[in-house]
Every structure is written in structure tokens, then in C-alpha cells.
Design a binder for this molecule. Structure first.
Ligand SMILES: Cc1ncc(COP(=O)(O)O)c(C=O)c1O
Length: 404
């Protein structure tokens, strides 16, 4: 009776559970922690979207149970976004489902398609639901490289040849959380061709479809001929329209997969509150300048982060997309690993970051820095980091003592 539940034994505490108590204690003691940890967008939802919600909420008919798969106007708006943005034609009735954030959609897709012991290929490091969605459903995860290059294709082939049973699905996420790797259409074509030949489904997470910098919009895997036979793609309103608390996302693509997700959802939920769905449709139908504005703000923050942390003595990789810099732990702290380093950084620099270990074992040499504070606060974080680096310059012994 006291033994831990089967499923819970397979779920380690979420990445921030190690960090949050330390952050909370520091804040309770009056310390101003600059929080670059969780990828929780801080920007306000654009005014016209909030107004649409306010207007709709006044209609009592909008207060009933809504539609689990998403109201028709919302599915239509998502289909027309795909047409406009990617040149991908979608049938809103059979190839689009609205989800309670893309995380919910991903998790329920995993439960819809996974039988106990099914093998799924998942990047490592990656956003946790990509692996734990399948683990919760009794699946077995085999790690794939996160970077979309030739080695990825070799690893894919190795995994397919040596997994018994053969993998049922491959997870892709570009632009990637936490690594910010991006993929182009040539890469998608190779993967789609391979997975079609070997009858493997592809679940593509495109949550950062609109958060890209330096002018190259990320493509959709559904642009590839034949992708619709095997692939679904998840998008999110959380980052594009700064609507993380609204819980609105989508899955689109292969009809069989979409139908399976709709079936599971029809047992679990009645859809998001109708006014949220109506406002989300308004957001997707434009105007689009608010999306460009959000992108611009993240790009400026990225530039400030890279420049100011670099001057402070911590070289930060400049991400081409997403709202994250995936950054090696500075040399003198490398032996600590990402969790102990992140704890030390909160305690001594008043700066919170996400330990790379939380995204998979292959992330432990890195931390993820989220662009969720304004430029002034990022500069303040850099000043704190500079003092911290100066204090620890070459003082490995000291750090070992702190660890113990
Ligand atoms: C790659 C990725 N997918 C999905 C999500 C979750 O998005 P949503 O808020 O739509 O559930 C996130 C959020 O950080 C993410 O980084």
C-alpha cells in the first residue's frame, strides 16, 4: 500500500521543483531574483484579443460546455493560418483539432497511439512532455540526437534497425526547446521519406513557429510532399500571441492521428471556454503586427543577453529562434553539473536559469536561459553574473566545498 504508484515512479519531479524552493526562500528573504528560468512569456496578450474575450464573455450562451475538438470558426482560422503561412491546405473538419495548449494535445496524442512497450524515438535533450507523454502511456523511449544533421539520419537508421519492436513514432521539435536548433525543408524531406518508407509516424512540435530571428521563418513539416500520410504537427498560441495562461494550441495533419486524438479528448474535456476559443480565432485571423512586435522584443532581449553576458565573462550562444539561449556551463563550474550550478547561481548571483538536466541526461553540461525578463533586468542579471564570475575566477576548490 505504501509503495509508490506505478506511473508516479516513472515521473521524476519536474525540472523546476528543485529550483523553485530555493528561489522562493530567497524572495521571502527580500532578495530580488531575476528569473530567466521558466519559459513563461511575460508580455501582455495583445489588446484586440483580450477585447474579443471580454465581448464574448458577456454572452450567456458562451458559458455552456464548448466543443472538445474546437468550435468550427477556430478550426477554420487555424486552417487558414496554415494556408497563409506555409502554403499547406488543411480540412478544418478532419485535419485540425484545437487543444488545451499544445502540451495537452501532445500528451493525449501519445496516450491515443501508444500501447504498452511501444518504442518511440525522442530527442535528448528536449521539452519533457516529448518523452514523458509516452512514458506515462506505457511507451519506451529511445533517445535521438537533438541536432538536425547527418548524424541524426544515421542515428535514426540505427534506431529503427536495432529497436525491437520497431519504433512507432519519431518526435521532432524545431525550433527546439531547449537547444534552439532549427530545421530546414531539406532535412524534413529526408526524415519524411525515411519514415514513410519504414511506416513510422512523426509528431512535430512547432510551438515556436513565429518566434524566429534574423528573418528566416521556420517551415512546417507538412510542406513536404507525403508528410500528411504520416505526420501531425502541434502549434501553440502561448508564445506567438503571449497567451500562455489561456491554454490554447492545435494539432493538425494526418487524419487518422487527428481522429484518434479527437476520440481521446471527447472523453476527457469539453474544449476551452468558448470566449477563449472565439478570441483565439480572432487572434489567428489577424492583424499580424502584434506577432512581429513580440518577435522583435525577443530578438532585442536575445541581443542584450548575448552581449551583456559575454562582457560579464560568460559566453552565451545566440539562438536563431525560440525564447531560449542554450548555454554551456562556464568552464570553472563544469564539474558541478547543471543542477548544482543553477542552484549556486540563484544563491550567489540572484539569477535563476533552468538546469539542462531537466531536459534529459544529455543536457547536463548546459543551462537554458529564457528571454522572459525585460532588457534592463537582463542587464542587471549580467552585472550580477559578472560579480559572481569574478568571485569564482579559477577557484575550483571553493566551488567543490560549496557543493558539499
Ligand atoms: C517545445 C514546446 N512545446 C510545447 C510547449 C507548451 O506550449 P503550450 O503552452 O501550448 O502547452 C512549450 C512551452 O514551453 C514548448 O517549449
Amino acid at each position: 500500500m505504501t509503495e509508490e504508484f506505478h506511473r508516479i515512479r516513472r515521473l521524476p519531479p519536474y525540472v523546476f521543483e528543485h529550483i523553485n524552493p530555493i528561489k522562493a526562500a530567497a524572495r521571502a528573504a527580500g532578495v530580488d531574483i531575476i528569473d530567466l528560468g521558466m519559459g513563461n512569456p511575460d508580455l501582455p496578450t495583445p489588446k484586440h484579443i483580450v477585447e474579443k474575450l471580454q465581448e464574448t464573455v458577456k454572452d450567456p450562451r458562451a458559458h455552456r460546455y464548448s466543443s472538445s475538438q474546437g468550435i468550427p470558426g477556430l478550426r477554420k482560422a487555424q486552417a487558414s493560418y496554415y494556408g497563409r503561412r506555409f502554403g499547406v491546405k488543411l480540412d478544418p473538419d478532419t485535419q485540425v483539432v484545437a487543444t488545451l495548449g499544445s502540451k495537452e494535445g501532445f500528451a493525449n496524442m501519445a496516450s491515443a497511439i501508444t500501447a504498452p512497450g511501444d518504442v518511440v524515438l525522442v530527442p535528448n535533450p528536449t521539452y519533457p512532455i516529448h518523452s514523458f507523454g509516452f512514458i506515462m502511456s506505457g511507451g519506451v523511449v529511445r533517445s535521438m540526437p537533438a541536432e538536425p544533421n547527418e548524424e541524426f539520419m544515421r542515428a535514426l537508421d540505427r534506431s529503427v534497425r536495432h529497436s525491437i519492436p520497431k519504433p512507432i513514432a519519431l518526435i521532432l521539435n524545431y525550433p527546439a526547446n531547449p537547444t534552439a536548433y532549427t530545421a530546414d525543408l531539406d532535412f524534413y524531406k529526408e526524415v519524411v521519406d525515411y519514415c514513410r518508407e519504414h511506416e513510422i509516424f512523426i509528431l512535430s512540435d512547432l510551438a515556436y513557429s513565429e518566434i524566429y530571428f534574423d528573418g528566416t521563418p521556420p517551415p512546417s513539416i507538412l510542406e513536404i510532399e507525403g508528410a500528411m500520410d504520416i505526420a501531425v504537427e502541434f502549434t501553440s498560441m502561448s508564445k506567438t500571441f503571449s497567451m500562455p495562461g489561456w491554454r490554447m494550441g492545435f494539432a493538425v495533419g494526418n487524419e487518422r492521428l487527428i481522429k484518434a486524438l479527437k476520440r481521446v479528448k471527447s472523453y476527457l474535456d469539453y474544449g476551452a471556454f468558448t470566449p477563449i476559443q472565439v478570441a483565439a480565432a480572432a487572434a489567428l485571423n489577424g492583424p499580424d503586427d502584434c506577432v512581429a512586435e513580440v518577435r522583435n522584443i525577443y530578438q532585442h532581449r536575445r541581443d542584450v543577453l548575448v552581449e551583456s553576458f559575454g562582457r560579464a565573462g560568460w559566453e552565451v550562444n545566440s539562438p536563431p529562434a525560440t525564447m531560449f539561449a542554450w548555454t554551456p556551463i562556464p568552464d570553472q563550474f563544469a564539474h558541478l553539473g547543471s543542477l548544482e550550478f543553477a542552484k549556486l547561481l540563484i544563491k550567489e548571483a540572484d539569477v535563476a536559469v533552468a538546469p539542462g538536466l531537466g531536459f534529459g541526461e544529455y543536457g547536463d553540461n548546459y543551462v537554458r536561459i529564457a528571454l522572459v525578463e525585460n532588457e534592463q533586468r537582463i542587464r542587471q542579471a549580467a552585472r550580477n553574473v559578472k560579480r559572481f564570475m569574478q568571485k569564482h575566477g579559477g577557484m575550483g576548490d571553493n566551488i567543490v566545498k560549496l557543493k558539499s
